[in-house]
Write a protein that binds this ligand. Sequence first.
Ligand SMILES: Nc1nc2c(c(=O)[nH]1)N[C@H]1C(S)=C(S)[C@@H](COP(=O)(O)O)O[C@H]1N2
Ligand SMILES: [Mo]
Length: 405
Amino acid sequence: MDDKKISRRTLLGGVIAAAVVPMKATFAKEIQKGLPLDEEIREDPTKVIGLGPSAVGKRATFEAPIRKFSETSSRTPLQDFYGTITPSDLHYERHHAGVPNIDPNQYELLIHGMVESAMKFTLADLKCFPSVTRLCFLECAGNFRTGKEELTPQDVLGLTSQSEWTGVMLSTLFREVGVSPKATWFLAEGSDAAVMTRSIPMEKAWDDAMIVYAQNGEAMRPEQGYPARLLLPGWEGNMNIKWLRRLEISDAPYMTREETSKYTYPVKDKIRMFSWEMDARSIITYPSYPQKVQRGWIEIRGIAWSGRGVITRVEISTDSGKTWADANLQSPVLSKAHTYFRYLWSWDGSPTEILSRAIDETGYIQPSLKQLTDARGAGGGYHMNPVTAWQIKADGTTWFKPEKA
Ligand SMILES: Nc1nc2c(c(=O)[nH]1)N[C@H]1C(S)=C(S)[C@@H](COP(=O)(O)O)O[C@H]1N2
Ligand SMILES: [Mo]
């Protein structure tokens, strides 16, 4: 009984003493400096009222993901993401003549050519049509960089991003203008200084093409084509014309600069033209350069996608490509969308290489760089989607494994 009392009194005394000492120090310093709050207290979030609400939110001051950019493109920081949505302000960019400043009140989309009645649609008109929301990736056909060990996922494959897009199905608009049953192609034209144009086969319009005006729940960003762009799920980025102002319906392709001098390339003794679909591929985003790992359990994470449909499997190798095992795919697995994968690996501390390989619903298996070059010749160029590896060295550092084509 006595013992208990004593210990209780001691305990209380201890607590009071601990609480009083810093308070005294604080008041003393406050008087000295004339400042409202001592730094020791400011560090403890339970001792000060936090920031109030604001008009627009910001990232935590400790988080600073950035796009790496040049004059004509910016690469998305894949290694900084969890899951599959690219924050809109970090979406990759590729523009051939800068981002135009388009007044949404002046905006018009003309649809003409082989139609019953040519029509112009304002942005408000577009928004009046039944709308559709869809998650899908966008990827530049030139997405792949190799060459040195000091490359991050952003450097290697940063020309792909994923958003939730909202807009109107192109088929809805094509029915509205009465597209001729004889039409087989249409031209899409942008209103930037590049006046970017591409020919697109009519099947894509009747399938899943959209005119989108919203990205991740708000109006699309200027960099992505504000106020409206063409969205061709799964097809090479270049055809997804931004700042879209005109669609001309026809029965032949237009042979524009972007489909003859660009995006057409030699494959051995042939010329590959009109290669629209993005082939299945994947990348491990954790662990990756310049992250460091420790011996023990590591959750390997990354994304896989295919322009031809859903990803059915992602295989992981943790022994430099000798053996492969299935990763877990995060559901729901969506068609033509980045798919998050995870694989639990117990690292024993010995140097190795980790790789990922995507397989899509058509049975297509992401090739090695050797398979690609054997099939296509050493030309390189567009649509390079080889399996890539990260080397884990004995000290736990992670490096890109550059391979020469
Ligand atoms: N009008 C117009 N559309 C364009 C381009 C452009 O320069 N102008 N760039 C194309 C290319 S090459 C790509 S990869 C994608 C990039 O889209 P993003 O900048 O929204 O990521 O837009 C395509 N659409
Ligand atoms: Mo592109």
